[in-house]
Design a protein around this ligand. Sequence first.
Ligand code: NAP
Ligand code: MG
Length: 436
Amino acid sequence: MADITMQNPIVEMDGDEMTRVLWAWIKEDLLHPFVELKSEYYDLSLAHREASRDQVTLDAGKAILRHQVGVKCATITPNAQRKEEYRLTRLWNSPNATIRSLLDGTVFREPILAGCIKSAVRSWVKPITIARHAYGDIYKGVEYRVPGAGTGTLVFTDTQGKTWQKRIADFEGPGILQGIHNKDPSIAAFAHACFRYALDKQQDLWFATKDTISKHYDHTFKEIFQETFEKGYAEAFKVAGIAYRYTLIDDAMARAIRSPGGFVWACKNYDGDILSDMVSSAFGSLGMMRSMLVSPGGHYEYEAAHGTVSRHYYRHLQGEETSTNPVATIFAWTGALRKRGELDRTGPLVCFARALERACLEVIEAGTMTGDLSGLCEGIAPVVLSSRDFIRAVRLRLEGLLAAGAVESGRGETQAGVLPRKKPPQRQQESPHTLP
Ligand code: NAP
Ligand code: MG
């Protein structure tokens, strides 16, 4: 029955724990029966990263540079406890950080809205996309545990050997030091990606940092964004009737909470890390968010924004059925397959990806869902399914959609690639979502 073909492969990066279990079920029930899957497989499980001395992560990142599109399962970023649990020889880097620093670029994270799930923030009726810079700052930081009294100094040596230095702090006893950096071309690429994405979505772009305190570091981000906007995008924004607005991060937080949503929020690396979790949880669940990395060179990596869901995995290992939400992982696959289809002009693959997304949302809106969503439902009495049963329900729905011609006709498509949904109830707009 697998009659949808692919011209070129995508890079498939398998991962850890509960998400690895979901990965296999998704492939078995939702992909292999319908698509002749062409993927170049990399096993990024912690055990295999250890066995390959993390070479597999570098190889996977380089494969994305070759094939342009990748899909990644959540992976463990080891800490001291994991080092013991997996008998690691080293605390290997976060695979996401390794891949992101190879590709550079921006991670766009957008909540997946189902009509029956009500947002925890009453005014949010439209999705907020978090655009997270994927390079540098603390994710490329150098740290030092100061053992005792002394002086910490910041030193820069130029290519001629000339140095600049400044005292950071005098230590009377133990303390901590951290060196972080970013690079102008990476910030500029981040700015371009955000302006292009906002134009594509026809939504306002917000950008916020703490430049009042960080007078060189954050100020440089602000300046590069402003220059990029004025030189390349101001006119197009005017024509599109959308705005670029810069403000302080604390002000942006306060305004975002009172807004109706419906904008793109550009965030520095760490801000984007935490705000995307906050935004996805507020809109429903960590299991209901798409995440896409776009590199300046036109490479795309899709993943779920949540982790490996260890707590559920330990229960799964005890033989318990868990109700872990597979939607974000399914949408990572649909994102990658759709992009592959768009790049290769393979219409049926694009339509299949959309039909699968639509099947997921229709199953939820019919009242059958995983446990994380059941408490957030409005207007229906939800039935909680195990992960496997939820995936089976999606498969049934998908078969129905495909039999009704969703692939051939491309039904269910919209401009933004999001399927038409029953809109969440419109609430009164409580305050304008504008920034100063
Ligand atoms: P997590 O895996 O995101 O899970 C935290 C909690 O959020 C879960 O215990 C669960 O809550 C809920 N949750 C997350 N995803 C869910 C889903 N799909 N369906 C239902 N509930 C969901 O974060 P963590 O436990 O802090 O991290 C576990 C491992 O993941 C760590 O080793 C970390 O390094 C790794 N991690 C990887 C990535 C990545 O690869 N992208 C990102 C973050 C973390 P309840 O237990 O209350 O049900
Ligand atoms: Mg995070």
